[in-house]
Design a protein around this ligand. Structure first.
Ligand code: BG6
Length: 500
Protein backbone atom coordinates (compact mmCIF):
# COMPACT_ATOMS: atom_id res chain seq x y z
CA UNK A 1 0.00 0.00 0.00
CA UNK A 2 3.02 2.25 -0.19
CA UNK A 3 1.94 5.56 -1.62
CA UNK A 4 -1.55 4.24 -2.27
CA UNK A 5 -3.62 7.32 -2.61
CA UNK A 6 -6.10 8.28 0.02
CA UNK A 7 -7.73 11.64 0.56
CA UNK A 8 -5.09 14.03 -0.58
CA UNK A 9 -4.74 17.58 -1.80
CA UNK A 10 -1.50 17.96 -3.75
CA UNK A 11 -1.20 21.76 -3.61
CA UNK A 12 0.90 23.68 -2.55
CA UNK A 13 4.27 22.59 -3.83
CA UNK A 14 6.87 24.96 -2.47
CA UNK A 15 8.64 23.41 0.47
CA UNK A 16 10.33 26.04 2.61
CA UNK A 17 12.80 24.51 5.06
CA UNK A 18 13.73 26.65 8.05
CA UNK A 19 17.06 25.27 9.19
CA UNK A 20 17.97 24.66 5.55
CA UNK A 21 21.67 24.30 6.32
CA UNK A 22 21.19 22.31 9.51
CA UNK A 23 21.77 18.72 10.46
CA UNK A 24 18.23 17.41 9.98
CA UNK A 25 17.91 18.90 6.51
CA UNK A 26 21.29 17.62 5.39
CA UNK A 27 21.10 14.13 6.84
CA UNK A 28 17.44 13.33 6.32
CA UNK A 29 15.38 15.79 4.30
CA UNK A 30 17.56 16.34 1.21
CA UNK A 31 18.44 12.66 0.88
CA UNK A 32 14.74 11.75 1.23
CA UNK A 33 13.77 14.29 -1.43
CA UNK A 34 16.47 12.91 -3.67
CA UNK A 35 15.27 9.32 -3.29
CA UNK A 36 11.71 10.43 -4.06
CA UNK A 37 13.01 12.20 -7.14
CA UNK A 38 14.86 9.07 -8.28
CA UNK A 39 11.66 7.01 -8.25
CA UNK A 40 9.58 9.86 -9.74
CA UNK A 41 7.48 10.42 -6.66
CA UNK A 42 8.13 14.10 -6.18
CA UNK A 43 4.88 15.82 -7.12
CA UNK A 44 5.25 17.86 -10.32
CA UNK A 45 6.24 21.46 -9.71
CA UNK A 46 7.91 20.81 -6.35
CA UNK A 47 10.43 23.48 -5.42
CA UNK A 48 12.51 23.63 -2.28
CA UNK A 49 13.65 26.80 -0.55
CA UNK A 50 16.31 26.45 2.11
CA UNK A 51 16.26 29.19 4.71
CA UNK A 52 19.33 29.53 6.89
CA UNK A 53 21.76 31.91 8.50
CA UNK A 54 24.65 31.20 6.16
CA UNK A 55 25.24 33.71 3.37
CA UNK A 56 24.92 31.25 0.49
CA UNK A 57 23.94 32.17 -3.03
CA UNK A 58 21.83 29.68 -4.97
CA UNK A 59 24.80 27.90 -6.49
CA UNK A 60 26.58 27.51 -3.15
CA UNK A 61 23.40 26.11 -1.63
CA UNK A 62 22.95 23.61 -4.45
CA UNK A 63 26.56 22.50 -3.92
CA UNK A 64 25.76 22.06 -0.25
CA UNK A 65 22.68 19.94 -1.04
CA UNK A 66 24.73 17.86 -3.50
CA UNK A 67 27.22 17.18 -0.68
CA UNK A 68 24.39 16.11 1.64
CA UNK A 69 22.95 13.59 -0.79
CA UNK A 70 26.38 12.32 -1.69
CA UNK A 71 27.12 11.64 1.95
CA UNK A 72 23.77 10.59 3.38
CA UNK A 73 21.48 9.32 0.65
CA UNK A 74 20.33 5.70 0.55
CA UNK A 75 20.72 5.75 -3.24
CA UNK A 76 23.98 7.40 -4.20
CA UNK A 77 23.90 9.83 -7.13
CA UNK A 78 25.77 8.46 -10.14
CA UNK A 79 26.69 11.89 -11.41
CA UNK A 80 25.90 15.48 -10.56
CA UNK A 81 22.10 15.49 -10.53
CA UNK A 82 21.62 18.86 -12.19
CA UNK A 83 17.87 18.49 -12.76
CA UNK A 84 17.30 17.60 -9.14
CA UNK A 85 19.50 20.41 -7.83
CA UNK A 86 17.64 22.88 -10.00
CA UNK A 87 14.65 22.47 -7.66
CA UNK A 88 16.61 24.13 -4.86
CA UNK A 89 16.69 27.82 -3.94
CA UNK A 90 18.09 29.66 -0.96
CA UNK A 91 17.14 32.61 1.17
CA UNK A 92 19.47 33.81 3.93
CA UNK A 93 17.53 34.79 7.03
CA UNK A 94 18.47 34.77 10.69
CA UNK A 95 15.30 33.66 12.46
CA UNK A 96 16.51 34.89 15.83
CA UNK A 97 17.38 38.37 14.59
CA UNK A 98 14.86 39.17 11.91
CA UNK A 99 11.65 40.75 13.20
CA UNK A 100 9.76 40.29 9.99
CA UNK A 101 9.55 37.84 7.15
CA UNK A 102 8.97 40.58 4.57
CA UNK A 103 12.11 39.56 2.66
CA UNK A 104 11.01 35.91 2.62
CA UNK A 105 7.55 36.91 1.48
CA UNK A 106 9.04 38.93 -1.39
CA UNK A 107 11.37 36.07 -2.31
CA UNK A 108 8.55 33.51 -2.42
CA UNK A 109 6.29 35.85 -4.36
CA UNK A 110 8.98 36.27 -7.01
CA UNK A 111 9.75 32.57 -7.12
CA UNK A 112 6.24 31.25 -7.38
CA UNK A 113 4.40 34.10 -9.01
CA UNK A 114 2.40 36.45 -6.84
CA UNK A 115 -0.82 34.46 -7.21
CA UNK A 116 0.49 31.42 -5.32
CA UNK A 117 0.60 32.14 -1.62
CA UNK A 118 0.36 28.68 -0.13
CA UNK A 119 3.54 26.95 0.92
CA UNK A 120 4.77 24.18 3.17
CA UNK A 121 6.92 25.44 6.03
CA UNK A 122 9.16 22.79 7.57
CA UNK A 123 10.54 23.71 11.01
CA UNK A 124 13.91 21.96 10.99
CA UNK A 125 14.97 24.32 13.77
CA UNK A 126 15.22 24.16 17.58
CA UNK A 127 11.84 24.02 19.33
CA UNK A 128 12.16 27.45 20.97
CA UNK A 129 12.01 28.96 17.49
CA UNK A 130 8.70 27.26 16.54
CA UNK A 131 6.26 29.73 18.07
CA UNK A 132 8.02 32.98 17.08
CA UNK A 133 8.44 31.69 13.52
CA UNK A 134 4.76 30.84 13.26
CA UNK A 135 3.85 34.34 14.47
CA UNK A 136 6.10 35.94 11.89
CA UNK A 137 4.64 33.77 9.13
CA UNK A 138 1.18 34.96 10.11
CA UNK A 139 2.28 38.60 10.24
CA UNK A 140 3.81 38.33 6.75
CA UNK A 141 0.57 36.88 5.36
CA UNK A 142 2.34 33.60 4.55
CA UNK A 143 0.32 31.27 6.78
CA UNK A 144 -3.05 31.38 5.08
CA UNK A 145 -3.71 28.11 3.19
CA UNK A 146 -0.14 26.96 3.92
CA UNK A 147 0.97 23.89 5.88
CA UNK A 148 3.44 23.70 8.71
CA UNK A 149 5.58 20.71 9.66
CA UNK A 150 7.03 20.25 13.15
CA UNK A 151 9.10 17.51 14.68
CA UNK A 152 9.41 16.67 18.31
CA UNK A 153 9.94 17.90 20.91
CA UNK A 154 6.38 19.19 20.82
CA UNK A 155 6.66 20.86 24.24
CA UNK A 156 8.61 19.63 27.27
CA UNK A 157 5.61 18.68 29.34
CA UNK A 158 1.85 18.93 29.21
CA UNK A 159 1.70 22.67 29.95
CA UNK A 160 4.34 23.69 27.41
CA UNK A 161 2.83 21.41 24.75
CA UNK A 162 -0.55 23.08 25.32
CA UNK A 163 1.05 26.53 25.13
CA UNK A 164 2.72 25.66 21.82
CA UNK A 165 -0.51 24.25 20.48
CA UNK A 166 -2.30 27.47 21.34
CA UNK A 167 0.22 29.47 19.33
CA UNK A 168 -0.12 27.14 16.36
CA UNK A 169 -3.88 26.93 16.46
CA UNK A 170 -4.11 30.72 16.42
CA UNK A 171 -2.50 30.66 12.97
CA UNK A 172 -3.08 27.25 11.35
CA UNK A 173 -6.12 24.98 11.30
CA UNK A 174 -5.43 21.46 12.61
CA UNK A 175 -5.62 20.05 9.07
CA UNK A 176 -2.62 22.22 8.09
CA UNK A 177 -0.39 21.14 10.99
CA UNK A 178 1.79 18.11 10.27
CA UNK A 179 3.42 16.86 13.49
CA UNK A 180 6.08 14.44 12.38
CA UNK A 181 7.11 11.39 14.39
CA UNK A 182 9.58 9.56 12.18
CA UNK A 183 8.58 6.19 13.68
CA UNK A 184 5.31 6.48 11.79
CA UNK A 185 7.27 6.41 8.56
CA UNK A 186 8.81 3.05 9.37
CA UNK A 187 7.48 0.25 7.18
CA UNK A 188 7.02 -2.26 9.95
CA UNK A 189 5.21 0.14 12.21
CA UNK A 190 2.57 0.55 9.55
CA UNK A 191 2.74 -3.18 9.04
CA UNK A 192 1.75 -3.96 12.65
CA UNK A 193 -1.76 -2.93 11.79
CA UNK A 194 -1.82 -4.95 8.59
CA UNK A 195 -0.35 -8.12 10.06
CA UNK A 196 -2.89 -8.25 12.83
CA UNK A 197 -5.91 -7.25 10.79
CA UNK A 198 -5.24 -9.02 7.52
CA UNK A 199 -4.62 -12.44 9.05
CA UNK A 200 -7.41 -14.47 10.53
CA UNK A 201 -4.88 -16.48 12.52
CA UNK A 202 -4.05 -13.34 14.50
CA UNK A 203 -6.98 -10.96 14.56
CA UNK A 204 -9.38 -13.20 16.54
CA UNK A 205 -6.61 -13.83 19.09
CA UNK A 206 -5.64 -10.19 19.51
CA UNK A 207 -7.20 -9.68 22.93
CA UNK A 208 -7.10 -10.50 26.63
CA UNK A 209 -8.50 -14.01 26.17
CA UNK A 210 -5.50 -15.18 24.20
CA UNK A 211 -2.67 -12.72 24.79
CA UNK A 212 -0.63 -13.10 27.98
CA UNK A 213 1.43 -9.94 27.57
CA UNK A 214 2.93 -7.62 24.97
CA UNK A 215 6.42 -6.18 24.94
CA UNK A 216 7.35 -3.06 23.03
CA UNK A 217 11.06 -2.49 22.84
CA UNK A 218 13.24 0.12 21.22
CA UNK A 219 16.78 -0.82 22.20
CA UNK A 220 19.69 1.30 21.07
CA UNK A 221 23.40 0.59 21.31
CA UNK A 222 24.41 4.20 20.59
CA UNK A 223 25.02 6.71 23.35
CA UNK A 224 23.90 10.30 23.22
CA UNK A 225 26.86 11.43 21.11
CA UNK A 226 27.09 15.21 20.84
CA UNK A 227 23.47 15.78 21.90
CA UNK A 228 24.19 16.32 25.59
CA UNK A 229 22.60 19.78 25.75
CA UNK A 230 19.32 18.50 24.36
CA UNK A 231 19.40 15.21 26.22
CA UNK A 232 20.03 16.82 29.61
CA UNK A 233 16.68 18.58 29.14
CA UNK A 234 14.91 15.60 27.62
CA UNK A 235 15.90 12.15 28.87
CA UNK A 236 14.48 8.89 27.54
CA UNK A 237 10.93 9.48 28.73
CA UNK A 238 10.50 12.66 26.67
CA UNK A 239 12.84 11.60 23.87
CA UNK A 240 11.37 8.16 23.17
CA UNK A 241 8.44 7.11 25.35
CA UNK A 242 6.05 10.07 25.00
CA UNK A 243 6.26 9.86 21.22
CA UNK A 244 7.80 6.83 19.47
CA UNK A 245 6.86 4.16 22.00
CA UNK A 246 3.37 5.55 22.49
CA UNK A 247 2.89 5.34 18.73
CA UNK A 248 4.11 1.75 18.62
CA UNK A 249 1.71 1.00 21.46
CA UNK A 250 -1.18 2.70 19.70
CA UNK A 251 -0.66 0.77 16.45
CA UNK A 252 -0.40 -2.49 18.37
CA UNK A 253 -3.37 -2.06 20.67
CA UNK A 254 -5.92 0.15 18.92
CA UNK A 255 -9.24 -1.07 17.59
CA UNK A 256 -9.36 -1.51 13.81
CA UNK A 257 -10.25 1.86 12.26
CA UNK A 258 -13.36 2.03 10.09
CA UNK A 259 -11.10 2.86 7.11
CA UNK A 260 -7.63 4.24 6.46
CA UNK A 261 -8.58 7.87 6.35
CA UNK A 262 -6.41 10.15 8.48
CA UNK A 263 -9.10 10.83 11.04
CA UNK A 264 -10.46 7.31 11.36
CA UNK A 265 -6.98 6.01 12.15
CA UNK A 266 -6.12 8.81 14.52
CA UNK A 267 -9.46 8.58 16.31
CA UNK A 268 -8.64 4.99 17.24
CA UNK A 269 -5.12 5.84 18.33
CA UNK A 270 -6.39 8.56 20.62
CA UNK A 271 -9.05 6.26 22.03
CA UNK A 272 -6.53 3.61 23.06
CA UNK A 273 -4.06 6.12 24.51
CA UNK A 274 -6.87 7.62 26.57
CA UNK A 275 -7.72 4.14 27.84
CA UNK A 276 -4.28 3.76 29.45
CA UNK A 277 -4.74 3.24 33.17
CA UNK A 278 -3.51 6.44 34.86
CA UNK A 279 -0.39 6.00 36.94
CA UNK A 280 -0.33 6.80 40.63
CA UNK A 281 2.56 7.64 42.95
CA UNK A 282 2.57 3.98 43.96
CA UNK A 283 2.42 2.44 40.49
CA UNK A 284 5.14 4.80 39.28
CA UNK A 285 7.36 3.55 42.10
CA UNK A 286 6.66 -0.11 41.36
CA UNK A 287 6.01 -0.22 37.60
CA UNK A 288 8.28 2.40 36.10
CA UNK A 289 12.05 1.91 36.10
CA UNK A 290 14.62 4.45 35.01
CA UNK A 291 18.35 4.11 34.65
CA UNK A 292 21.45 5.83 33.38
CA UNK A 293 24.37 4.23 31.56
CA UNK A 294 27.77 4.21 33.16
CA UNK A 295 31.09 3.36 31.47
CA UNK A 296 31.24 -0.06 29.85
CA UNK A 297 32.00 -2.07 26.74
CA UNK A 298 29.90 -2.43 23.60
CA UNK A 299 30.88 -4.75 20.79
CA UNK A 300 34.39 -4.87 22.21
CA UNK A 301 34.75 -1.10 22.40
CA UNK A 302 35.19 0.73 25.68
CA UNK A 303 32.77 3.63 26.02
CA UNK A 304 32.29 6.40 28.56
CA UNK A 305 29.30 6.73 30.83
CA UNK A 306 26.51 9.26 30.32
CA UNK A 307 27.97 11.64 32.92
CA UNK A 308 31.25 11.77 31.02
CA UNK A 309 29.59 12.65 27.68
CA UNK A 310 30.08 16.20 26.32
CA UNK A 311 27.71 18.85 27.74
CA UNK A 312 26.44 16.52 30.49
CA UNK A 313 26.63 17.43 34.15
CA UNK A 314 28.97 15.10 36.10
CA UNK A 315 26.21 14.45 38.63
CA UNK A 316 23.31 14.37 36.15
CA UNK A 317 20.20 12.45 37.21
CA UNK A 318 18.85 12.32 33.65
CA UNK A 319 17.52 8.91 32.57
CA UNK A 320 18.88 7.16 29.47
CA UNK A 321 16.72 4.08 30.05
CA UNK A 322 13.07 3.51 30.85
CA UNK A 323 11.21 0.25 31.39
CA UNK A 324 7.60 0.19 32.46
CA UNK A 325 4.51 -1.91 32.81
CA UNK A 326 1.19 -0.43 31.84
CA UNK A 327 -2.38 -1.50 31.39
CA UNK A 328 -5.11 -0.54 29.00
CA UNK A 329 -8.52 -0.39 30.61
CA UNK A 330 -10.80 -1.36 27.76
CA UNK A 331 -12.72 -4.55 26.97
CA UNK A 332 -10.05 -5.86 24.60
CA UNK A 333 -7.04 -5.51 26.89
CA UNK A 334 -8.32 -5.54 30.47
CA UNK A 335 -5.65 -7.15 32.68
CA UNK A 336 -3.02 -7.71 29.95
CA UNK A 337 0.35 -6.21 30.92
CA UNK A 338 2.17 -4.17 28.29
CA UNK A 339 5.90 -3.89 28.97
CA UNK A 340 7.81 -1.01 27.38
CA UNK A 341 11.57 -0.75 27.28
CA UNK A 342 13.90 1.74 25.67
CA UNK A 343 17.46 2.71 26.42
CA UNK A 344 20.77 3.87 25.07
CA UNK A 345 23.98 1.87 25.23
CA UNK A 346 22.19 -1.47 25.37
CA UNK A 347 23.91 -4.50 23.86
CA UNK A 348 22.11 -4.29 20.51
CA UNK A 349 20.02 -2.04 18.31
CA UNK A 350 16.60 -3.54 17.87
CA UNK A 351 13.03 -2.36 17.88
CA UNK A 352 10.29 -4.93 18.09
CA UNK A 353 6.87 -5.84 19.34
CA UNK A 354 6.60 -9.26 20.99
CA UNK A 355 3.13 -10.67 21.51
CA UNK A 356 3.21 -13.54 23.98
CA UNK A 357 0.16 -15.77 23.72
CA UNK A 358 -1.40 -17.62 26.61
CA UNK A 359 -0.55 -21.28 27.01
CA UNK A 360 -3.10 -23.99 26.58
CA UNK A 361 -3.98 -24.72 30.19
CA UNK A 362 -6.42 -27.52 29.27
CA UNK A 363 -3.60 -29.79 28.16
CA UNK A 364 -1.40 -29.75 31.22
CA UNK A 365 -0.06 -33.25 30.44
CA UNK A 366 2.05 -31.61 27.74
CA UNK A 367 4.24 -30.14 30.45
CA UNK A 368 5.69 -26.65 30.66
CA UNK A 369 5.54 -25.42 27.07
CA UNK A 370 7.36 -22.47 25.60
CA UNK A 371 4.82 -19.75 24.76
CA UNK A 372 3.76 -18.91 21.24
CA UNK A 373 5.40 -15.63 20.37
CA UNK A 374 4.67 -13.33 17.48
CA UNK A 375 7.59 -10.98 16.98
CA UNK A 376 7.16 -7.98 14.71
CA UNK A 377 10.62 -6.68 13.96
CA UNK A 378 10.69 -2.99 13.21
CA UNK A 379 14.47 -2.56 12.83
CA UNK A 380 17.24 -3.14 11.94
CA UNK A 381 15.79 -6.29 10.43
CA UNK A 382 12.25 -5.75 9.19
CA UNK A 383 10.21 -8.86 9.48
CA UNK A 384 8.06 -11.20 11.46
CA UNK A 385 8.89 -14.31 13.45
CA UNK A 386 6.55 -16.77 15.04
CA UNK A 387 7.55 -19.24 17.70
CA UNK A 388 5.57 -22.45 18.07
CA UNK A 389 6.08 -25.92 19.50
CA UNK A 390 6.84 -29.13 17.61
CA UNK A 391 7.75 -32.63 18.62
CA UNK A 392 11.45 -33.21 18.78
CA UNK A 393 12.41 -35.85 16.24
CA UNK A 394 13.27 -39.25 17.52
CA UNK A 395 11.76 -38.73 20.95
CA UNK A 396 8.52 -40.00 22.32
CA UNK A 397 6.72 -36.77 23.14
CA UNK A 398 9.36 -34.16 23.78
CA UNK A 399 8.35 -30.76 22.53
CA UNK A 400 10.58 -27.95 21.48
CA UNK A 401 9.93 -24.42 20.27
CA UNK A 402 10.88 -23.54 16.69
CA UNK A 403 10.66 -20.39 14.65
CA UNK A 404 9.09 -19.47 11.36
CA UNK A 405 10.38 -16.20 10.14
CA UNK A 406 9.99 -13.72 7.36
CA UNK A 407 12.58 -11.07 6.71
CA UNK A 408 11.28 -8.23 4.61
CA UNK A 409 14.43 -6.23 4.10
CA UNK A 410 16.60 -9.29 3.50
CA UNK A 411 14.83 -10.09 0.24
CA UNK A 412 13.72 -6.62 -0.82
CA UNK A 413 16.16 -4.09 0.60
CA UNK A 414 15.30 -1.61 -2.15
CA UNK A 415 11.64 -1.66 -1.23
CA UNK A 416 12.05 -0.35 2.29
CA UNK A 417 12.09 3.39 1.88
CA UNK A 418 13.49 5.42 4.70
CA UNK A 419 10.89 6.83 7.06
CA UNK A 420 11.51 10.40 5.90
CA UNK A 421 10.84 9.52 2.28
CA UNK A 422 7.41 8.23 3.06
CA UNK A 423 6.63 11.12 5.37
CA UNK A 424 7.95 13.87 3.12
CA UNK A 425 5.96 12.45 0.25
CA UNK A 426 2.82 12.50 2.37
CA UNK A 427 3.49 16.09 3.41
CA UNK A 428 3.90 17.16 -0.21
CA UNK A 429 0.63 15.53 -1.23
CA UNK A 430 -1.20 16.65 1.94
CA UNK A 431 -1.92 13.22 3.43
CA UNK A 432 -2.01 13.56 7.22
CA UNK A 433 -2.65 9.89 8.07
CA UNK A 434 0.84 9.24 9.40
CA UNK A 435 1.11 12.48 11.37
CA UNK A 436 0.03 12.94 14.95
CA UNK A 437 -3.04 14.99 15.69
CA UNK A 438 -3.10 17.39 18.62
CA UNK A 439 -5.47 15.31 20.77
CA UNK A 440 -3.07 12.36 20.38
CA UNK A 441 -0.09 14.42 21.45
CA UNK A 442 -2.03 15.87 24.37
CA UNK A 443 -3.16 12.41 25.52
CA UNK A 444 0.42 11.08 25.52
CA UNK A 445 1.64 14.09 27.51
CA UNK A 446 -1.22 13.66 29.95
CA UNK A 447 -0.10 10.07 30.48
CA UNK A 448 3.61 10.74 31.03
CA UNK A 449 3.12 13.95 33.01
CA UNK A 450 2.60 12.07 36.29
CA UNK A 451 5.93 10.26 35.77
CA UNK A 452 7.74 13.52 35.04
CA UNK A 453 6.35 15.02 38.24
CA UNK A 454 7.11 11.97 40.39
CA UNK A 455 10.72 11.89 39.15
CA UNK A 456 11.02 15.61 39.77
CA UNK A 457 10.14 15.03 43.44
CA UNK A 458 12.33 11.94 43.80
CA UNK A 459 15.69 12.82 45.36
CA UNK A 460 17.19 9.31 45.29
CA UNK A 461 20.15 8.53 43.02
CA UNK A 462 19.17 7.28 39.59
CA UNK A 463 20.03 3.56 39.14
CA UNK A 464 23.11 2.99 36.97
CA UNK A 465 23.81 0.26 34.42
CA UNK A 466 27.11 -0.43 32.70
CA UNK A 467 27.06 0.43 28.98
CA UNK A 468 26.61 -2.78 27.02
CA UNK A 469 24.12 -4.36 29.45
CA UNK A 470 20.33 -4.56 29.38
CA UNK A 471 19.67 -1.74 31.85
CA UNK A 472 19.47 -1.68 35.63
CA UNK A 473 18.62 -4.80 37.60
CA UNK A 474 15.22 -3.27 38.44
CA UNK A 475 14.18 -3.71 34.80
CA UNK A 476 14.75 -7.46 34.98
CA UNK A 477 12.91 -7.54 38.31
CA UNK A 478 9.93 -5.76 36.82
CA UNK A 479 9.29 -8.79 34.62
CA UNK A 480 10.68 -11.45 36.93
CA UNK A 481 8.05 -10.59 39.52
CA UNK A 482 5.41 -11.46 36.90
CA UNK A 483 7.27 -14.66 35.99
CA UNK A 484 8.39 -13.18 32.68
CA UNK A 485 11.55 -12.29 30.78
CA UNK A 486 12.41 -9.67 28.18
CA UNK A 487 12.53 -11.34 24.79
CA UNK A 488 15.29 -10.25 22.48
CA UNK A 489 16.37 -11.64 19.19
CA UNK A 490 19.33 -13.95 19.02
CA UNK A 491 20.61 -14.96 15.65
CA UNK A 492 22.41 -18.06 16.71
CA UNK A 493 19.62 -19.90 18.45
CA UNK A 494 16.42 -21.20 17.04
CA UNK A 495 14.66 -20.85 20.32
CA UNK A 496 14.65 -17.07 20.37
CA UNK A 497 14.84 -14.51 22.38
CA UNK A 498 15.84 -14.48 26.04
CA UNK A 499 18.17 -11.73 27.22
CA UNK A 500 19.52 -13.32 30.37
C1 BG6 B 1 15.03 10.21 17.92
C2 BG6 B 1 15.62 10.40 19.27
O1 BG6 B 1 13.73 10.75 17.85
O2 BG6 B 1 14.94 8.81 17.63
C3 BG6 B 1 16.99 9.75 19.35
O3 BG6 B 1 15.74 11.78 19.54
C4 BG6 B 1 16.89 8.29 18.94
O4 BG6 B 1 17.52 9.85 20.66
C5 BG6 B 1 16.19 8.17 17.61
O5 BG6 B 1 18.21 7.78 18.87
C6 BG6 B 1 15.95 6.71 17.27
O6 BG6 B 1 15.48 6.64 15.95
P1 BG6 B 1 15.79 5.36 15.05
O7 BG6 B 1 15.02 5.63 13.81
O8 BG6 B 1 17.27 5.32 14.87
O9 BG6 B 1 15.29 4.20 15.85
Amino acid sequence: MFFAKRNVTPEPSTLVIFGGTGDLACRKLYPALYNLYRVKRLPPGTQVVGVGRREYDRQAFQDYVAGCIQEHSRKKPHALEVDFLRLFHYQALDLAKSDTFASLEAFLAKLTGSQQKQHIFYMAVPPEVFAPTVRKLAAAGLAKDSRVVLEKPFGWDLASARALQQELAAVFPESAIFRLDHYLGKEMLQNIMMIRMANTVFEPLWNKDHVASIQLQVNESVGIGQRGRYYEQAGALRDMVQNHLMQVLAFTAMEPPRDFSADALRDEKVRVIKALRPLTEETIATQVVRGQYGPGTIHGETVVGYRQEPYVSPDSQRETFVAMKLYIDNPRWQGVPFYLRTGKRLPQRSAQVVVEFKKNSNLSFLGDLAPNLLVIKIQPEEGVAFQFNVKEPDTEFNLRPVLMSFCQNCDYPENSPEAYERLLHDILVGDATLFTRWDEVEATWEYVQSILEAWERDTSEIPQYPAGTWGPEEAQQLLAQDGKVWWVDCEDRLRCFHDN
